[in-house]
Design a protein around this ligand. Sequence first.
Ligand code: F6P
Length: 412
Amino acid sequence: MKGNVIVGQSGGPTAVINSSLAGVFKTARDRGAKTVYGMLHGIQGFLDGKVVDLSKHITSDLDIEILKRTPSSYLGSCRYKLPEVSKGNEIFEQIFARLKDLEIEYFFYIGGNDSMDTIKKLTDYAEIIGSDIKFMGVPKTIDNDLAVTDHTPGFGSAAKYIGSITKEVIRDGLVYDKANVTILEIMGRNAGWLTGAAALARGEDCEGPDMIFLPEIPVDVDEFVQKVKALQDKKNAVVVAISEGAKLPDGRYVCELSDNVDSVDAFGHKQLSGTATYLANKCARELGCKARAIEFSTLQRCASHIVSRVDITEAFQVGGAAVKAAFEGETGKMVILKRVSDDPYQCTTDIYDVHMIANVEKKVPREWINEEGTYVTQDFLNYVRPLIQAELTPIMVDGLPRHLCCEELRRG
Ligand code: F6P
């Protein structure tokens, strides 16, 4: 018999983050954990005493299957930054007191680089006070910007959605015999992994987007319009994919030129939105043509009806691998994915020091972006394509996907 486990989810959700939760829950239970607790709204909710007994929520194998296919974070999320670690700090004292009350021996946090900051700090504090609790990070983020790991669960499904919907939008643009511009705005913050995935649309039946702009290469907005104009000399429908985090040559975000209301989270990240709208308006004004902005927004991270089977499977595996490692005595680590081969695609799991991962943003390498900074290369596509393979159909009830909902979250 093992001791009690607690698991939380943090940061922006993905279509498969609950598959990792299912992986933690099932593996912990199968390996003899006494009670598996879930914290509602991550570490912030935990500080407020918001904890549930997960075995009362997930009561059957069918529940586990539905949970895997349920988008967004079942337990809710937060963007909460712990203070710097110092002995006697009130917040850490409170957290460790609560962990003691619940007799927690293993702590799992599913999240991105900000969430790994939480694991790092809790590990460091445990060391200061001589606590034996094991802290493990479970990777997730559609941004794919976590260091060391080959890729992050959540990215493959978001990339599959982006590739699919970009194809659909391109088809739609072809219908009128008239100049039109469509600008697609894609998430990913300061890394262009997800925006680059728009290039997956290119194939035998689709030309793919005409240009792709990543945050890694600054964009001059006047040159942008000129490039669109040059394309319009050759074709009616121009489709451009651009990252929400695209930057101007002076270092500001392009979206700062729009009149969106700014919001900044605890980690100092600005809400990035409005890039496509700004550029579409500029094209319409200066080129005198119809221009549409499509902000994929939340849709790209919650589209669980089109998850990648590779992704949802790996999301489950990293949850299980975290439990196995912690039960074997590891702490202060994050599970990473290691690619063994591309064809056939094979990946294994390992663990890595979370101190090397927390707060680091992994960018798209310069050599995977073309010379002009307007597209990704074949190497980029070779890297992404295995991650979007195969599907896992939702469990359909009355014509719609069935999800597992946390009653406590619903009540707010
Ligand atoms: O980090 C994941 C992510 O979806 C980013 O791509 C995006 O910039 C951010 O979260 C949005 O966060 P929120 O939903 O908190 O505004």
